[in-house]
Design a protein around this ligand. Structure first.
Ligand code: CA
Ligand code: CA
Ligand code: CA
Ligand code: CA
Length: 258
């Protein structure tokens, strides 16, 4: 015989003349509806998806399908149906931070930990499985740093030199198993260490000096340089020994006067 479908506790029975002989119910869910499909073997209830699914909000639905006869007293039979939602890769990974900043002393030994990247993915299984990698970067930066694809940890691979490069910008990526990618940046600031002694260069030297040289005669012109920065590169000079000479500090070349 024919039957009417209803959802939500009896809504929508319609004007089916045979309503009452058989009826079907599912409840609790606007996501699914019941419809009766006419087939040569009679009409059959079908569960129809009414709304788009989101596994990240609800990963399964428990439905109760009840059939009621039209007898007196009414008899019914019911079956529980669980609908599981499989995951689609509809979320890309998200980095904890859009931009990371770290500072490293230039004397940090190779192998030093720089940073642990962390990204999350709302999907499930391989769709949420994240691997890390570097994006497009200078060869120099790729030589200095290494990134563990599984753990997201960045370590120093090669010694730094503040005097050569005082900052690096690392482009990092997190990719899920379905190929969606997130991007972030790591700004590495290298801190100066006093690893260079001052260098003294003799630019000119008048020796021997005649004994009748006038007081104030320039005897030597020197250049003093320190490759470090700030206080580490500030140089002051002193002269020791017994000669009647002094240092005049005229910008960078230093001049010795008699
Ligand atoms: Ca994903
Ligand atoms: Ca998903
Ligand atoms: Ca120095
Ligand atoms: Ca230095």
């Amino acid at each position: 015989g024919r039957a009417a479908g209803s959802v939500g506790g009896g809504v929508g029975a319609g004007n089916d003349p045979d309503f009452g002989r058989n009826s079907l119910q599912s409840y609790d869910n606007p996501t699914f509806s019941l419809a009766m499909k006419e087939t040569p073997d009679g009409s059959k209830p079908e569960i129809i998806l009414e709304r788009s699914l989101d596994r990240e909000k609800q990963s399964s639905f428990d439905l109760l399908l009840t059939a009621i006869d039209g007898g007196d007293p009414v008899r019914s039979g019911s079956v529980k149906i669980r609908v599981n939602v499989t995951d689609a890769n509809d979320n890309r990974p998200i980095f904890e931070q859009d931009r990371y900043r770290v500072t490293l002393r230039e004397d940090a030994p190779p192998g030093s930990a720089v940073l642990n990247l962390s990204a999350s993915d709302a999907d499930a299984g391989t769709n949420a499985r994240i691997t890390y990698g570097f994006g497009e970067m200078t060869i120099k930066a790729l030589q200095k740093f290494v990134l563990n694809a599984e753990s997201g940890s960045i370590t120093l691979q090669e010694a730094l030199d503040f005097e050569e490069t005082c900052a690096y910008s690392l482009a990092v990526e997190a990719k899920d198993g379905g190929g969606l990618v997130a991007h972030s940046k790591v700004e590495v600031e290298v801190l100066d260490v006093n690893d260079n002694p001052p260098e003294i260069t003799v630019l000119s030297l008048s020796s021997p000096v005649p004994e009748d040289a006038l007081v104030g005669t320039v005897v030597a012109v020197l250049k003093v340089r320190d490759r470090d920065s700030g206080d580490n590169g500030q140089v002051s000079c002193e002269l020791s020994g017994e000669a009647p000479l002094s240092i005049a500090d005229s910008f960078s070349p230093l001049i010795f006067f008699v």
